[in-house]
Design a protein around this ligand. Structure first.
Ligand code: UDP
Length: 368
């Protein structure tokens, strides 16, 4: 019911022609039309906004499994925007969409630790088969393709910051969490193989804890979860001893990097970290959220077993090296965490008061 026709998607906006954004004297590519798989997701929808701002027509394919129509509702009547609600497993449709664009951002994937633990079959199949379909389509006419991977692939490596050529240290196959890292690592191998064997201009981006407005707390991501709990004065749930750290990158910064990577001729065949390298422990994050939002929430600690089930393994630290990103695109995400928190809280407050498109879990809807 939400889908636009394919003829609307193809051809009509081809008069748009813009030079790519500057990348400090490096050669840049021209983009005419963009396809975003998973474009109704949190990051995909911000990327769609950003590409449309550049004047690039955008097509989106999303099956709304983890994405939400609310994320793209504001673009529905934009003349440069079209969308299909369908799966990337639909290979004839994907082939048609890829043919009609110049750059593909492949973001369709199963994400979030909660989803991975609960639905490992879906995670593996979506991530591996979906990428196969999209890469096969891109290879026919050697379309530029940027494939979203994750910092999760570094696994339990304790040598921070993580550089793109560092070892991936994953746990045993009996622990479901690692299926996500493995499935994305396989996507990376496949993408790089297409680059080497078939000369497809593929870039792999490893996204580190990307956060911002529209991110749902549904799949267990810590920052939207803490903000939601703080706004509702519910207990803020820190898992484990809370000394584990993460670095949170703002979605607008991540999207800026993605656009620059897609338009840079030097990034094909590369793996690139994208994120912020300011580190914070979950204990300190909980305190910061509580203070910043003037919340009455108490901070509680929950053993991993209770949060995710027996035998869960977490990463203690996860910090990106951003040297390669900076050298490729002359940009480095720097939005401070306090600014990010304000933006996330504003968005969630608007959702709670009914003034923003909502994608909140059923249990949470009771508070509207
Ligand atoms: N976490 C937490 N409370 C929550 C959700 C997550 O303390 O309500 C912890 C989680 O155990 C991990 C960190 O926050 O150590 C980041 O979790 P998230 O799922 O956001 O991302 P990832 O583990 O993939 O970095």
């Amino acid at each position: 019911m939400f889908s636009a026709t394919l003829s609307e998607m193809c051809g009509v906006f081809r008069h748009f022609l813009l030079e790519a954004c500057p990348d400090n004297g490096r050669a840049s590519r021209t983009i005419v039309k963009v396809l975003i798989t998973g474009g109704a997701g949190f990051i995909g929808s911000h990327l769609a906004d950003r590409c449309l701002q550049e004047g690039w027509p955008v097509s989106v394919i999303d099956d709304l499994s983890t994405g939400s129509f609310a994320n793209i509702a504001h673009l529905k009547h934009h003349s440069g925007f079209s969308y299909v609600i369908d799966s990337v497993f639909n290979d004839s449709l994907v082939a048609e969409l890829v043919d009609s664009c110049d750059v593909v951002f492949h973001l369709a994937a199963a994400v979030g630790v909660r989803l991975i633990i609960d639905s490992p079959v879906r995670t593996i199949e979506t991530n591996v088969h979906g990428t196969e379909v999209v890469l096969r389509a891109a290879s026919k006419k050697r379309k530029r393709i940027v494939i979203a991977s994750t910092s999760e692939v570094y696994g339990k490596n304790s040598k921070v910051p993580f550089g793109e050529d560092d070892d991936l240290v994953l746990g045993p196959t009996s622990k479901g969490r690692w299926s996500y890292a493995c499935s994305k690592a396989l996507d990376e191998f496949l993408g790089l193989a297409y680059h080497r064997e078939k000369q497809v201009p593929v870039t792999i981006i490893r996204l580190f804890n990307t956060v911002g407005p529209r991110q749902t707390a549904r799949y267990g991501m810590v920052l939207p979860n803490f903000v939601r709990q703080a706004l509702l004065n519910e207990p803020i749930t820190v898992f484990g001893d809370g000394r584990q750290t993460r670095c949170f990158g703002y979605v607008a910064d991540a999207v800026e990097c993605m656009v620059r990577i897609a338009t840079s001729t030097g990034a094909a065949g590369e793996v690139v970290n994208i994120g912020n390298d300011e580190e914070i422990s979950m204990n300190n994050l909980a305190e910061l959220v509580k203070q910043r939002l003037h919340s009455k929430s108490e901070i509680v600690h929950l053993p991993y077993d209770r949060a995710y089930g027996p035998g869960f393994e977490d990463m203690q630290r996860r910090v990106p090296s951003l040297a390669k990103l900076e050298s490729l695109v002359s940009y480095r995400p720097t939005t401070p965490l306090t600014e990010i928190l304000d933006a996330v809280a504003l968005n969630l407050r608007q959702q709670l008061s009914g003034n923003a498109p909502t994608d909140i879990p059923v249990a949470f809807a009771a508070f509207q």
